[in-house]
Design a protein around this ligand. Sequence first.
Ligand code: HEC
Length: 218
Amino acid sequence: MRLAFLALLVCGAAQAHDIITTPITWSREISRIVFHKCASCHRPRGSAFSLITYKEARPWVVAIREETLRRTMPPWGAVKGFGDFRNDEALTPEEIELIVNWSEGGVPEGDAKDLPELPKFPEAPQTNGIGQVAVNGTLKLTKPFRLDGLMPRKVLAGASFQITAELPDGSIEPLLWLKDYKDAFAHPFLYRKPITLPAGTVIKGVPQGASVSLLPVR
Ligand code: HEC
């Protein structure tokens, strides 16, 4: 009698919370999106709070839906088409739809056996170290440089500017167009293909007082 009453209570509570109306689960679909597109920052010892387990992500579900729908997460910070970057982690429309359906369908966890393996993240991506050149204001290269990417070091909140390379032959290479800068954009911008900058190339567009590093190909 007492047991039956308890069971009823437990069932009632579970139902009130979890009305599941979607087949999409954290373990199958959503963890895969988060591991690929969010966990480079949102993980233990990352640059933002961790989202790599269901328990950690669950309280954030409304914010996750809103930030991804508005495309403010993952933060990118550069105008598309100005430079071609291999680490642009923008979500596809299909991924956004999965997140929306999951969040509106009761946020089911699913079965732990469907979870993918957590990717390995290098502790310090190649953003510190040797061979980098800091640019503040206009800079003329005295040696050739094989450019792998750019890293904003010191940029004022809200700043927007275009960085270009003027090659000795007169051609102009678009490097990066930062837009409405925020600290969340302080990540490396890595090119799909390295850019060869001959000696004499002039890097333009970094405002006085700001600092952006040229990252060399390793
Ligand atoms: C390049 C790093 C980076 C990536 C990638 C990234 N985020 Fe973030 N995110 C941040 C930072 C930094 C903050 C602010 C952190 C803080 O306030 O502690 C943030 C904040 C958030 C917030 C909280 C917003 C609020 O309401 O204050 C949510 C939700 C979020 N991110 C979701 C995501 C999701 C979902 C993804 C993947 C689709 C993602 N983020 C990818 C860096 C990142």
